[in-house]
Write a protein that binds this ligand. Structure first.
Ligand SMILES: Nc1nc2c(ncn2[C@@H]2O[C@H](COP(=O)(O)OP(=O)(O)OP(=O)(O)O)[C@@H](O)[C@H]2O)c(=O)[nH]1
Ligand SMILES: [Zn+2]
Length: 204
């Protein structure tokens, strides 16, 4: 019986790559042809499989409920009663209108009550919701709601700044423009001083 850890699996080995169903490959060949190229030319032969696998990766957030990352909490934190902030978390998502990339950074803060979580888990929650077809407003709300529901903190603040490929590379073609969204909950919504403090920690 093999006891190889996941880390030992070579993703470059074709035997370890996920299968891309024929109907998915056919759809990608159709798109290539419709865009004006020849899906049977040599450079494009394996492209339908690669694109299929790439989309499995872009959308791997559908495989799990991001709340699982908040299930292991530390309840003994020595009376820590200040803001916890994870700042400038880079992320990538895909816009649900054009399936174009959304790239940006998120700031995620909470004021704990009884539950504190390992700090990497905040980024895992972000990536879990970002790795789906999204709009930025919903991504922001989903991350904040997930922390609020699972950590039952005194406050949650999530701010996301991102560029949308559907605005930079097509359509209105406006590179360099970032969209900012935020969701404040609990004390950050109700108490202007708390909100000011967290926004200032985030650099606003
Ligand atoms: N609010 C919001 N809008 C988004 C997001 N991502 C993309 N969009 C916008 O969604 C809109 C879709 O508009 P439509 O008019 O249906 O599509 P379209 O004809 O391709 O629009 P253009 O992008 O203006 O060419 C566009 O204005 C996009 O800029 C997002 O995360 N949030
Ligand atoms: Zn779009």
């Amino acid at each position: 019986m093999s006891c190889a850890a996941d880390d030992d699996i070579d993703p470059e080995n074709p035997l370890n790559k996920p299968d891309v169903p024929e109907n998915v490959q056919a759809a990608i060949r159709t798109l290539i042809e419709w865009a004006g190229d020849d899906p049977s030319r040599e450079g494009l032969l394996d492209t339908p499989k690669r694109v299929g696998r790439a989309w499995l990766e872009y959308c791997e957030g559908y495989k799990e409920d991001p709340a699982i990352h908040l299930s292991r909490v530390f309840e003994e934190v020595g009376g820590y009663e200040e803001i916890v902030l994870l700042k400038d978390i880079p992320f990538q998502s895909a816009c649900e209108h054009h399936m174009a990339p959304i790239t940006g950074k998120a700031h995620i803060a909470y004021l704990p009550d009884k539950k504190v979580v390992g700090i990497s888990k905040l980024a895992r929650v972000l990536h879990g919701f970002a790795s789906r077809l999204q709009v930025q407003e919903r991504l922001t709300a989903e991350v904040a709601d997930c922390i609020w529901d699972n950590l039952e903190p005194q406050g949650v603040a999530v701010v996301i700044e991102a560029q949308h490929g559907c605005m930079t590379g097509r359509g209105v073609k406006t590179p360099g423009v970032a969209m900012t969204t935020s969701r404040m909950m609990g004390c950050f919504l109700e108490d202007p001083r708390s909100r000011k403090e967290v926004m200032s920690l985030m650099g606003y």
